[in-house]
Design a protein around this ligand. Sequence first.
Ligand code: G3H
Length: 196
Amino acid sequence: VRKIWLSRHGESEYNQKGLIGGNSSLSNRGELYSRALREALIARLPQEEPVSVAVWTSTLKRTIETARFLPFPKLRWKALDEIDAGICDGMTYEQIAEQYPQEFEMRKKDKLRYRYPSGESYMDVIQRVEPVIIELERERECVLVVAHQAVLRAVYAYFMNVPPEDIPRLSMPLHTLIELTPMPDGTMSVQRFPVD
Ligand code: G3H
C-alpha cells in the first residue's frame, strides 16, 4: 500500500525563541530530529522489498535541513512554504498582541479567514497547497512531506476531510511522524509516531 507521511521540520532557532516565520536553521534539538527521522522512516518501510520514497520539502532552510539525511530523492516546493505572516514575520505572539492588538484579536476571532497585512490567511494557504495535493494524488511512490505547521494542517485536512473551520487549530506537533494509509473504502487511516 502506498503511504503518505507528513512531518514538520525539526525545531528551528526561531521555534526556540518563540518567533514566527523567518528562515532560520535547525536548533541542536532539531538537528537530532533530522537524524532520528531517518531511522523512524526506515523503520516504517516494508522490509521485504526495496522501496523508494519521494521526499518533498518547502524551499525554507528548516525543512531542507530536516530532510538532509533521508537517503531518497528530494523535491522543493515553494507551495509548501509556511504561511506568510506579513508584517508580523519574525515576531513572537506576545509582541504581535502588544504592537498590533487589533490584528491579534481579529486573528483570534476568525483564524481561518484572517489575512496578515502583506501576508496570507489559512484560506490562502489551503488554496496554495492545491497543486501539491494534486501531485500527491497522482504520485505512485510513497511520499514524505516535510513542511510547516499551517501548511501541513491544510494537507492533513484534505486527506482526513477536516472541515475548514477546524483547520487552523489542528494539532500538528513538532517531532512527530504522521502516517496516512489509504483504506479500501477510500478513507485514510492515520497513525502518529512521536520521534524524540
Ligand atoms: O507561523 C507559523 C505557525 O507555524 C503557524 O501557526 O497559524 O497557529 O499561528 P499558527
